[in-house]
Design a protein around this ligand. Structure first.
Ligand code: UT7
Length: 308
């Protein structure tokens, strides 16, 4: 089977950076509590920007860096649980803004914080059908719109942002995917009317259990070991979750990328934001093997192994 290659990445965050101290002016919390329990130092909240603004800017940057033109994009898949409208989808509005072809397959999908991983695999399937060479995969969220600012244990954790990737098929490169779901609206739920609710401790336990399972599945399928993997980019929810996983897997912590201190938890946007920062910072070189793991509401989880 052909693998999936990330040709280029892009990202976008809203203008308004909200530090823990700034948030403490309106929420009964402190920088000390947030940073020691989560590692988060700041997040961005949209003021006037919409989901489509973030998604289009991230996608435009990825497209410019790819060197291919908008007409070569055969599909645009946006992972989000916070679209601007029930319809039209964010993806259709990105299609319009970027001038993607009218016959491109454009749609949103919701697998919460696992969304970008699911969307990469969906794009892989679309490209495998033939017909087009490239797809745009975007994770974009405006979570500030659905937060309950009276619930301090949850509202301090999240932020807004978007990340995008232009992807194509690649011969002879490693590609593995794993995913799962376990319907549960008790420990993590966001009604369509807003008011994200989460039992943080339960989600924590779920996360530290499922990430190693995903990584081990990918390693097993590929017959590789963690030593063969250059970087792991987990969904950026809490630094303590990542540290637990590092310890459990007896892995070097440098292998696990962390940038949640700047963004908080941006759900489907967190993994593409991480990949874009890694790529822009020169960490990722051709041929490197990376694993990305998402987990979140649904409950859902998903892991992907790619060659850069
Ligand atoms: O993409 C979805 C992924 N979701 C997650 O990754 C969330 C995973 N869970 C977590 O990250 C952690 O469970 C939290 C960071 C949410 C909470 O950490 P915790 O160590 O489990 O704290 P807790 O909820 O048990 O609360 C401990 C204390 C409580 O006070 P008492 O009852 O001990 O006096 C809370 O009232 O901390 C208090 N507290 C706060 N204090 C200041 C809760 N939230 C805050 C706050 N600021 N924002």
């Amino acid at each position: 089977m052909k693998g999936l290659k990330i040709v280029s990445t892009g990202s976008c965050h809203p203008q308004n950076a909200v530090s823990n101290d700034k948030l403490s002016q309106t929420v009964d919390t402190s920088d000390e509590w947030i940073s020691t329990r989560t590692g988060i130092r700041q997040r961005y909240f949209c003021e006037s920007e919409k989901n489509v603004d973030l998604a289009s800017n991230a996608a435009k940057q990825a497209l410019e860096r790819s060197g291919i033109s908008a007409d070569e994009i055969g599909a645009c898949v946006v992972a989000t649980f916070t679209p601007d409208n029930a319809t039209p989808s964010v993806a259709c509005m990105v299609q319009k803004r970027l001038g993607l072809p009218n016959d491109a397959l454009c749609f949103d999908m919701n697998a919460a914080c696992s969304g970008f991983i699911y969307a990469l695999n969906v794009a892989h399937g679309i490209l495998m059908q033939g017909g087009s060479k490239y797809a745009l995969v975007i994770g974009s969220e405006v979570i500030s719109r659905v937060l309950d600012f009276n619930d301090r244990s949850t509202c301090v954790l999240f932020g807004d942002g978007a990340g995008a990737a232009v992807v194509t098929l690649s011969e002879n490169s490693v590609y593995e995917f794993t995913c799962g779901a376990n319907g549960d609206d008790a420990i993590l739920c966001c009604p369509t009317s807003g008011g994200l609710q989460m039992d943080g401790r339960e989600v924590f336990k779920f996360a530290v259990g499922i990430i190693p399972v995903c990584i081990d599945k990918l390693l097993d399928k590929s017959q590789l070991t963690l030593e063969d993997i250059d970087y792991v980019a987990c969904h950026q929810a809490n630094e303590r979750i990542i540290s637990h996983v590092v310890k459990k897997m007896k892995a070097p912590s440098e292998k696990f990328f962390v940038n949640l201190q700047k963004y908080g938890n941006t759900s489907a946007a967190s993994i593409p934001l991480a990949l874009d920062e890694m790529a822009s910072g020169g960490m990722l070189k051709e041929g490197m093997k990376i694993i990305c793991v998402g987990f979140g509401a649904g409950l859902t989880w998903g892991g992907i192994m790619l060659e850069w």
